[in-house]
Design a protein around this ligand. Sequence first.
Ligand SMILES: [Zn+2]
Length: 161
Amino acid sequence: MLSMDTLTIKTENKFRSLITKQAYAKGEVICEIPTEKVINRANRYTVQIGRDKHTEVGKLAALNHSCDPNVILDTENLLMVARRDIEKNEELSFFYPSTEWEMDAPFICLCGATNCIHVVAGARFLPLSTLETHYLSPHIREMMIELLNNTELHLKKLQEA
Ligand SMILES: [Zn+2]
C-alpha cells in the first residue's frame, strides 16, 4: 500500500498546491487515489472516476490543473502515476479534462503551456484533436465516442429531413 506521506499541501494567498517531497521516474506510481466518499455529482473537490461516479480524494483535492501536467490520474486502477520524471519539491498537476466530463467550476487557465486550452470546463467542451494529445480516462473516451455518434446521427437526420 502506497502512502501519501511524500505529498504535502502548500498554501499561498489561499491558493493550494500539492508538492512532492520525493523525486519520481516517469511511469512510477506515486500513490493510490483515495475514494473517501463517492457521490453522483461533481464538485470542485471531486475527481470523476466513472460515468456517474465522483469521489472525494483527500489530499489530492489540492492537485492543480495543467495543460502540460506531470501526473496522470489512472481512474481505472485508482492510481496516480508520474507522466514524466518529477523532481523533489515540484508541484504536481494533472489535466482536469482527462477525468472530468463537465466541471462544476470552470475557470480560465493561465499555465502558459504552448498547448494551453485556456478554458477548463471539462472534456465535452474540447475538440477531439485536443483530447487526442492527452491521456484520457476510459469513461471520458466512452462519453466522447457517444457524443460523436449522437452528433453524426443528428446530422444525418437533418440531411434526411
Ligand atoms: Zn493551460
